[in-house]
Design a protein around this ligand. Structure first.
Ligand SMILES: Nc1ncnc2c1ncn2[C@@H]1O[C@H](COP(=O)(O)OP(=O)(O)OP(=O)(O)O)[C@@H](O)[C@H]1O
Ligand SMILES: [Mg+2]
Length: 501
């Protein structure tokens, strides 16, 4: 046995978040740590990584009892940690981030930049990652930043790698790449603790599992002996409901139209979205869906073409779009959505307040009432709405972002990867909510790479490849094979070949 964490307890301000939890990981094993948002997964890992101190219990690594652990000691013990949230310095270069506090110097004590850059190039080459080691981290998009976090950990000659939701910003190809690295290292006897809310990933990569629920240990065993359904039930209890939630509706008149719409990352998009529709956008990472959404919301300017809402040409910045009743949940919450220094309540009403900026006084009582309704609807797990948003688990932070936009009475919702970091139970709550909104006549445009998610709720699916809209599929035609065919342009290649014959 490589790692044994036994009878671990942990409380924050008298609230118990881990209650007698145990975890056993063997050498050369990928161990999935599972549980709903707020179950205590990151907290348990933060104890192992020395970020938090346990209140009770023992930790044994390689048969040696560990008495003291902190973020400096953990790597010396052979533990490498990819945290759930990014921990990079935007104002430093890629290689400087990787070698932070472990800089290579020459015999004169000066930084040996060439050597560090060379090492990073080698590392990226092994990982199949295409990043220039000398660019500023601020210039990287979030998926590259996440790969950089992973690279930082993989550089270490660790025995045990903790990967806390490492794939939330990655595309499917990048995830495949990561998994082949994990498999390679596993063969060398390295162990992994892998946290993810994406069930297919768990069944692809993990050997064993441990499930936590509300800070309690629920069960552990081999992945080969469970099914996605049985694991989900362990995580959420008997309340798991996997029924079909799509509701067949008659769609109304067009509400949003794009005509020859081009901008940074997407070209010449023609698309009409109807009132009350749920339209999914999908494509490989960098195919343009996210960029298109940002441009529709006024974060970037289109280079040509028009956007019409309710038949009227709309152009302008975010506030103009918000006034036209458009709301957007941006992807990558830590970077683009949460306001770290504000509490839950404030995070919830900022957008609504921006809209009603003429009324400068915030009516806290009214906001509180609205927050209470939304937090109940979304089942936000928090002690008090006055807590800082960063004290919530990742998935619960995401729910607050959804609450923020429900609070604005928007008619069109742009949802960029809305279930990022959300647990299986809460995901189906969010799907239900999206369906409910569409039944009320709200329009949803959702960007996601999870095909199961697209199938569950979409009326249509628009597939992008290399900045261009390839095809819009009707609900009946949405399946994994067809979506991948268009998303990878295999369809185009096939057609080309047919043409040649
Ligand atoms: N620094 C902190 N201060 C106060 N409470 C905290 C702190 N860190 C975590 N908690 C609380 O501990 C509980 C467990 O959180 P944790 O982050 O471990 O959940 P998780 O299982 O990782 O969830 P997710 O899947 O959403 O990331 C949550 O209720 C959270 O609010
Ligand atoms: Mg977590």
């Amino acid at each position: 046995m490589l790692l044994e964490m036994i009878n671990i307890d942990k409380s924050f301000f008298n609230v118990k978040v881990l209650n007698d939890v145990s975890l056993h990981v063997e050498k050369g094993e990928v161990h999935a740590l599972l549980g709903e948002n707020g179950a205590g997964k990151s907290t348990l890992m933060n104890i192992l990584g020395g970020v938090h101190e346990k209140d009770r219990g023992t930790i044994t690594l390689d048969h040696e009892k560990i008495e003291k652990i902190n973020p400096k000691i953990a790597p010396q013990l052979g533990i490498a940690f990819v945290h759930q949230e990014l921990n990079l310095f935007n104002d430093l270069r890629v290689f400087e981030n990787i070698f932070l506090r472990e800089e290579i110097t020459n015999k004169f004590g000066q930084l040996d930049k060439q050597k560090m850059i060379g090492e990073v190039e080698k590392l990226f080459h092994n990982m199949g990652v295409d990043i220039d080691p000398t660019v500023m981290v601020s210039e990287l998009d979030t998926s590259k930043k996440q790969l950089l976090e992973i690279a930082k950990a993989l550089r270490k000659d660790a025995k045990l790698f903790i990967l806390d939701e490492p794939t939330t910003a990655l595309g499917n190809l990048e995830i495949e790449n990561l998994f082949s690295i994990i498999r390679r290292l596993k063969e060398q006897g390295k162990s992994f603790i892998f946290i993810s809310h994406k069930m297919p990933e768990i069944f692809q990569i993990a050997d064993k599992y441990t499930v936590l629920r509300n800070g309690d240990f629920v069960g552990a065993g081999s992945i080969s002996e469970v099914t996605p359904e049985s694991l989900t039930r362990m995580m959420v209890g008997d309340c798991y409901d996997n029924r079909d939630i799509y509701v067949c509706r008659e769609l109304k008149e067009p509400i949003l139209e794009l005509q020859n719409f081009s901008g940074k990352g997407f070209q010449d998009v023609n698309l009409t979205v109807n009132k009350g529709e749920v339209l999914s956008l999908t494509g490989l990472q960098g195919s343009g869906c996210s960029e298109l959404m940002q441009c529709i919301f006024g974060c970037t300017k289109p280079t040509s073409g028009t956007l019409k809402i309710n038949g009227k040409v709309v152009s302008g910045g975010i506030r103009t779009l918000m006034k036209n009743k458009v709301g957007m949940i941006a992807s990558n919450r830590k970077e683009n959505a949460i306001l770290k220094d504000l509490c839950l309540l404030e995070n919830c009403y900022v957008s609504e307040h921006t809209l009603s900026w003429k009324k400068q006084k915030i009516n806290k009582q009214r906001e509180l009432e609205k927050y209470n309704v939304l937090s109940k609807k979304l089942n936000i797990k928090a002690n008090s709405c006055k807590d800082l948003i960063v004290s919530l688990s990742g998935g619960n932070q995401q729910k607050v972002m959804i609450a923020r936009w429900l609070n604005t009475d928007a008619e069109i919702f742009l949802l960029d990867n809305p279930t990022q970091g959300i647990d299986v139970g809460a995901k189906s709550e969010i799907y239900k909510l999206i369906v409910q909104l569409s039944e009320q006549g709200k329009t949803i445009i959702m960007n996601t790479q999870e095909i199961s998610e697209i199938q569950k709720i979409s009326d249509r699916c628009a597939i992008f490849y290399h900045s261009r809209l390839q095809i819009v599929l009707d609900r009946k035609d949405i399946n994994e094979e067809t979506v991948m065919l268009y998303a990878t342009n295999a369809h185009g290649i096939r057609e080309g070949q047919n043409g040649k014959q």
